[in-house]
Write a protein that binds this ligand. Structure first.
Ligand code: NAP
Length: 474
């Protein structure tokens, strides 16, 4: 179902979209599949709702968000089941993601009250100078399937807190989780038109979003390729844009690191969500002296992971999102092996009775080198390549990626070394001995082609605000 102007509706054409469970390859259910017409209806509704929503006090907008957070909390188990069915991550991971999604709603429910302007010291005694912060306006959001709820609330909560009204297009693979979020908006009685959901053709929906002059802001999370296209298409009207795009995170392990901690860090950054995370570890640089020992230790730990349908208990790694993703992982592994990579564990599709989905074995490859695709392209799968290095200077010379600059990780017990390396990392996020450097109050986002703008904390709110300077002659 689509949600436009406070009402659930089918698509105008009657077209539907089949939602598939990647663990079983079976159809879950069909949902309405809209296009440019429905997007225009949603934009019209958001445009009409904007002046009233903008005039509400921050406290009032925050109270709506508090209600949404409470409903998400209440429905966590139900939403987790839906999310796991449509995208595969194990239930405990889905529950954790919903917790993160709620953190953002909680944070911006509070932050809505803290949108401050400024009074500037005038350079002329007969003037009074003020800076007001106002909502950008109608906002169009496009989100991916890998975090089907957190990517929605990380955009919509600050947009709503700032006073913007919104049209969301979720990924076609995960519309059911988005519908659940909108059920919460509906139950929280957000005024008509403040939030709108259009599921359907990406090109038609995005085409209307970028060409309709009523849309003032485009916020996107997804691939760098699509992000660039959205920026180009928005340029004709100079719309504001925020882009959370691809990444290629290095994970550095120095010889003085706590190796157990580093292994567990890789378990989280590489194998959670089956490696389908923008801040996933893509390249593991390990000091040569310990590289062999570390590779063995990691492979042993990785071999304990249980693979299967995330709806079942005790599963650590679910399926990849679809066959195309599976083929890409397979191609990267074969390419690495053909360039002298040494397989320490995994390395093939899972062939188990009863498993019909797109499953790939968690894989560790030693002796990785610059000729491998996996060292530069986003694999988006459960494959961990290890590259040995000798000196700190050498690894610093290698870790920065030409194109991407989203997340990076460094494990060492030497504080001075950690500080030196941190300064050299051209990444928007740096985790020092920390595999989860993501919290609601911190800026999340990338340098270079990993994005424009930040989400989270006060930084995320700024993306939905404009400064208005007022000069009064007194
Ligand atoms: P994607 O193909 O770019 O899709 C993301 C969203 O864009 C989906 O809603 C998709 O709709 C839509 N889309 C596809 N083609 C479009 C077009 N021509 N115009 C407008 N919208 C279009 O990315 P993905 O494969 O779903 O997600 C993986 C990528 O997202 C990775 O590169 C990952 O690193 C990145 N990501 C980044 C962050 C971050 O915060 N930096 C977070 C998560 C993911 P359909 O589903 O209908 O095709």
């Amino acid at each position: 179902m689509l949600y436009i102007n406070g009402e659930w509706k089918e698509s105008n054409s009657g077209k539907t979209l089949e939602v598939i469970n990647p663990a079983t390859s079976e159809r879950i259910q069909d949902v309405a599949f809209g296009g440019s017409e429905e997007t225009k209806e949603a934009i019209d509704a958001a445009t009409e709702a904007f002046p009233t929503w903008k005039k509400k006090t921050g406290k009032e907008r925050g109270q709506y968000l508090e209600k949404v957070a409470a409903l998400l909390r209440e429905k966590t188990e139900e939403i987790a089941g839906v999310m796991t069915s449509e995208m595969g991550k194990p239930i405990p991971e889905a529950i954790r993601e919903i917790g993160i999604a709620i953190d953002y709603v909680d944070w911006y429910a509070e932050e809505a009250k803290r949108i401050y302007g400024e009074t500037l010291t005038p350079s002329h005694s007969d003037k009074h100078l003020m800076v007001l912060r106002e909502p950008v306006g109608v906002t169009a959001a496009i989100t991916p399937w890998n975090f089907p709820i957190a990517m929605i609330t990380r955009k919509l909560a600050p947009a709503l807190a700032a006073g913007c009204t919104v049209i969301l297009k979720p990924a076609s693979a995960t519309p059911l989780t988005a519908i659940k979020v909108f059920e919460c908006f509906h139950e929280a009685e957000l005024p008509k038109g403040v939030v709108n959901l259009v599921i359907g053709s990406a090109s038609e929906i995005a085409g209307e979003m970028t060409s309709n002059p009523d849309v003032k802001k485009i916020t996107f999370t997804g691939s760098t390729e699509v992000g660039k296209k959205l920026i180009q298409d928005s340029a004709a009207q100079l719309k504001k844009v925020s882009m959370e795009l691809g990444g290629h995170a290095p994970f550095i392990v120095f010889e003085d690191a706590d190796l157990d901690l580093a292994v567990e860090g890789i378990m989280l950054t590489k194998f959670k969500n089956c490696g389908q995370t923008c801040i996933s570890t893509n390249r593991i640089y390990v000091a040569e002296k310990i590289a062999e020992q570390f590779g063995q230790k990691l492979a042993e730990r990785v071999s304990t992971l249980s693979i299967g349908n995330g709806l079942e208990e005790g599963i650590d790694v679910g399926p990849l999102i679809d066959r195309k993703a599976l083929e890409k992982v397979e191609e990267h592994v074969q390419d690495a092996l053909s360039h002298n990579g040494k397989l320490l564990c995994g390395g093939k599709q899972v062939a188990k009775e009863g498993l019909k989905g797109s499953f790939y074995e968690p894989t560790v490859i030693a002796g990785a080198n610059e000729n491998m695709k996996i060292l530069t392209e986003e694999t988006f799968g459960p494959v961990a390549p290890i590259i040995p290095f000798v000196t700190e200077e050498e690894v610093i010379g290698k870790v920065n990626h030409k194109q991407y600059g989203l997340a990076s990780y460094c494990y060492t017990k030497d504080l001075s070394r950690a500080m030196r390396v941190m300064r050299e990392l051209d990444y928007g996020i740096v985790g020092i001995n920390d595999p989860t450097p993501v919290v609601a109050q911190a800026p999340f986002g990338g340098m270079k082609e990993s994005g424009i703008g930040r989400e989270g904390g006060k930084y995320g709110l700024e993306e939905y605000l404009e400064e208005k300077f007022v000069s009064i002659q007194i």
